[in-house]
Design a protein around this ligand. Sequence first.
Ligand SMILES: Nc1nc2c(ncn2[C@@H]2O[C@H](COP(=O)(O)OP(=O)(O)OP(=O)(O)O)[C@@H](O)[C@H]2O)c(=O)[nH]1
Ligand SMILES: [Mg+2]
Length: 486
Amino acid sequence: MSRFVDRVVLHVSAGSGGHGCSSVHREKFKPLGGPDGGNGGHGGSVILEVDLGVHTLLDFHFHPHAKASNGKPGMGSNREGPRGGDLVLKVPDGTVVLGEDGEVLADLVGAGTRLVAARGGRGGLGNAALVSRARKAPGFALLGEEGETRELVLEMKSVADVGLVGFPSAGKSSLVSVLSAAKPKIADYPFTTLAPNLGVVSAGETTFTVADVPGLIPGASDGRGLGLDFLRHVERCAVLAHVVDCATLEPGRDPVSDVDALEAELAAYQPALSADNGLVGLADRPRIVVLNKADVPEAAELAEFVTEEFASRGWPVFTVSAVSRDGLKPLTFALADLVEKFRLDNPPPEPSRPVIRPVARDDSGFTVERDHSARGDFVVRGARPERWVRQTPFDNDEAVGYLADRLARLGVEEQLEKLGAEPGDAVTIGAVTFEWEPTLPAGVEVPLTGRGTDARLEQTDRVSAHERKHAHRVRRGLEGIDPEEQ
Ligand SMILES: Nc1nc2c(ncn2[C@@H]2O[C@H](COP(=O)(O)OP(=O)(O)OP(=O)(O)O)[C@@H](O)[C@H]2O)c(=O)[nH]1
Ligand SMILES: [Mg+2]
């Protein structure tokens, strides 16, 4: 059994989109056959997918960087660049994905459940797709978008069937080691176990998993010992087994008060995931009491003495020894029965419950500021619109015109007005400096300042080249109409 890695930081980067191609169709006797530069291919995405054959996050521990491939550039003769391949990372069932700020992005449950962890950049439009009424033969193409890059935290909440809880040194790890093939660390000092151990147990037809968690002590809910955080590993367990040390000589401890103290801690635990896993809270989970260390004569006596008390609470009681292996068989079969019953009552979730994360794409993340440099009066920061146009034709009026249109649609006009810009003021964006003309070209009276039209394009993710071209034309056709009315 491998070590149980339960939390890893994973850096994911999606592939960038290929650049659009700027090309002119050429044929004998038809020197200028019109623009035919194809679009760049989309970059590949990084996708997390639940695979029931994967049980740990160990792989990510060793390979914490994942990158999907880039899209290829578009080509002449309207050939689209090939897409970058998606990178599918297999994760265990019950993996929780957290964002940089600790927010839960997804709780991946069920075979095949997928999360797009980093979305590939879209390919840039080729000049063929940039044709408009105003620009019949654009001499430029657009750059591909960069792929998303994020830092994620993956946490595994083991989906064990049986959770062993108990005081430090009660023998939890010892039990896992004799019930299964797992070889957890066992030692006679408290808090030997720092991360949960998972073992697979076979009992007749039934196979189930047992998780041992670090020792619990009174006050754990206030952070004493290792606290209660790790109880998330037993949140989904079908059965909780109290492992009781009947041989302890510590003053003030005996099996009944040990179990009572732990019950109080379990009741204090606030499940992080009670929301939709359909399970009852920890406090209501069926219990089994395992009285351990019966190989020690005094312990066996004490176990016999307290059996009645636990049985009267309706809990099955088993007296065992992890050292001599006495009493393990009946315990194993009783656990198997409870697990079977739980599985019947709680059928597994749909084989695939896709978790779709809303993609936040801020296409207007720029600011317009008064510029104090000698170059211009205003400067647009945050956006890198020069990246939008390929082949840097900044002396090319057409490309500059395209940029100006696009900036107008994104709301730069509005911001300039707010800042008190006057016609003729110089506006600098990256390498380009414009002379600001607040009145848009002839025939256009209402400046397009909203994000409506562009947002529509942004949301039409993964559109075909044809759809894109069409959308582009539609957008063009809508020029001059107030975005609110569209
Ligand atoms: N005599 C006897 N000793 C046992 C038995 N089970 C466990 N021990 C001993 O008790 C000590 C603690 O055992 P562990 O299995 O590490 O206990 P744990 O509950 O996992 O402890 P933490 O990980 O610290 O919470 C070790 O020295 C074991 O050898 C048993 O059945 N009989
Ligand atoms: Mg242990």
